[in-house]
Design a protein. Structure first.
Length: 169
């Protein structure tokens, strides 16, 4: 006998499925992603160092100020990673693969202390041309700072199984 089988909490527990399936998406539907992420100076320095992005604007506050910035500039690729990460729970948690990012535009700098939020709109949905029983969903995503100003805009696509787990059982 395992502890789980004798505990009534475990006996009544159910697996909570997370994420959306291909059939859950409708073109034009918007998703405002959860609470956002405040970028810290530590995030900025760690990301620049770990990715060998030795642009002095990311590492030297005095130089950044000389160039007209109020503080270090956050590497735009960190901003992109944050925005995509904020969207995973709503969009791609159940997908099979990220197919790519397109039309990435960095619109204005982000600085340590800025809070980045994201919103996505389903831009397209279609069956896969090369893989039966799969479909492609495409979203337009925009990241904004705490003042509501757009800082990054992109389009991304993911591959989903169109055969639900329930149908396979």
């Amino acid at each position: 006998m395992t502890p789980e089988s004798s505990d009534p909490t475990f006996a009544s527990a159910r697996l909570r499925e997370r994420g959306r399936r291909y059939d859950d998406f409708e073109v034009g539907h918007a998703y405002r992603h959860h609470w956002g992420r405040t970028v810290t100076e530590a995030d900025t320095l760690l990301f620049a160092t770990a990715t060998l992005a030795y642009n002095p604007l990311y590492l030297n506050v005095e130089l950044a100020k000389e160039e007209g910035h109020p503080a270090l500039v956050v590497d735009p690729y960190l901003v992109l990673a944050i925005v995509v990460g904020l969207s995973v729970e709503d969009l791609s948690e159940r997908s099979e693969a990220l197919l790519g990012l397109e039309e990435v535009e960095f619109l204005e700098p982000v600085y340590p202390g800025d809070t980045v939020t994201a919103e996505s709109v389903v831009a397209g949905k279609r069956p896969s041309r090369s893989r039966p029983a799969t479909g492609v969903v495409t979203w337009s995503t925009e990241g904004r700072n705490q003042r509501g100003r757009p800082v990054v805009r992109l389009t991304r696509s993911n591959l989903f199984s169109v055969v639900s787990c329930d149908a396979a059982e």
